[in-house]
Design a protein around this ligand. Sequence first.
Ligand code: SF4
Length: 279
Amino acid sequence: MTLPNLSAGCSMADMANIDQVEDCWEQLGEICGTNPDADGKQQIVPVTYMNSSAALKAFCGRHGGIVCTSSNAHAVLEWAFARGKRVLFFPDQHLGRNTALAMGMSLDQMPVWNPYKPAGGAEDPSVYADAKMILWKGFCSVHQRFTVDQIERARKAYPGVKVIVHPECSMDVVNAADGTGSTAYIVKEIANAPAGSAVAVGTEINLVNRLAAQYPDKTVFCLDPVVCPCSTMYRIHPAYLAWALENIEQGNIVNRITVDEDTARDAKIALQRMLEVHP
Ligand code: SF4
């Protein structure tokens, strides 16, 4: 595997590292217990978003957990709650919260774990024992920029506009939108929107621009007027990609990414579980 630019990445993924997650797991074990309950359910099932390091996926593989994407988060959480009393969801709190709310959980069942505060930041650690979802305090810097105010302005400027946002946006933004879903959902909604309609989108700008160019008969625009692309993702510039591909063509793997055997094996377990839930 190659990474065309070694400084590229995801700032959200970097908000949870393996040492912090191991430390959180140990503390939650002291609060919630570590033995299965009378029904044989795990006390906590760890669930990591796809945007996370191999080490975190391996952690989930080792501890009866699983990986999710924004498309399958709902199905993955159902899988997790069939096996455990609680879920520890990382690194994106918004995807976890929005999905759990849509599944009928309430906010008071979803305390946040802040890895930079003692005991996760809760005044009373028993909130974690009473929780259904424990949300890691991570976020996507791009999706967190969208606001309810932007939605209101879009509705004023384009009466009848349909507002669709990604579930990495905050709960308030998701609640104020007409629809929320993964990238695949956004692509489908815009494809199916009638000609002449307006769609305001709360997600990464390059996708929005691509869809706007693809459907010139519709008004497709980004909710955020101050375009702020993802600075870490865009380090995979086309020039770097071309350089990496040209090298592969000549038999050279540049910027090779390696994962040790144990990590690869355990991460694969968590990924395989996800594929079995949502092929
Ligand atoms: S937009 Fe950037 S920070 Fe946000 S999830 Fe994607 S890669 Fe990560």
